[in-house]
Design a protein around this ligand. Sequence first.
Ligand SMILES: [Zn+2]
Length: 199
Amino acid sequence: MIWKKYYICTPKFMTMEERQLRSQFKIRISGVELGKHCFSVDCDKEFFDLAGIEQLMDGRLNLRIEMEKSEKMVDFHCHFEGYVTAECDRCLAPVNLPMNFDERLLVKLVSENYRSEEEQEDDIWMMDENTYEIDLFHFVYESIVLALPIRIVHEDDADGNPTCDPEVLRRLDEMNAENVENEQETDPRWDALKNIKLD
Ligand SMILES: [Zn+2]
């Protein structure tokens, strides 16, 4: 019998800084007193790069985590506040987006003989009661990605005019005008076909 080696994904090499950044999201729960505990983490360019949030070029988001630990549950209230920088969908220049939102995560601590088929809910994690720490890295990543607007554009000014790069807007206008002209010049053979009545 031949054993084949399968590599599902190549582990990404992490630098010391990246490991340090990653470790800030690992919240220790084992041996931690019941009650409230607060943490503060800054998510900036290094975080966006490491998490692979391609839309974000820069920014500074402060994340305040309030953890409430009870006997069989860990309740995380996360408050994100700051800004992120992304590319404008219209003019491609950087645009700063203010962010201010909350996310909540409940982690149920279950015994070893708990079976995962039992009651599984999306926003509730089930973890072994002997878990040493909870890694919030992916939760934070998802929270930020979901909070981003679908369409990212520079806001209009008070008069309702776009504040995008004026040079790009001018070129876009020219391109639109050309497209309209091209659409108007239709093939005369198609025009002839349009006049044929099918009934
Ligand atoms: Zn723009």
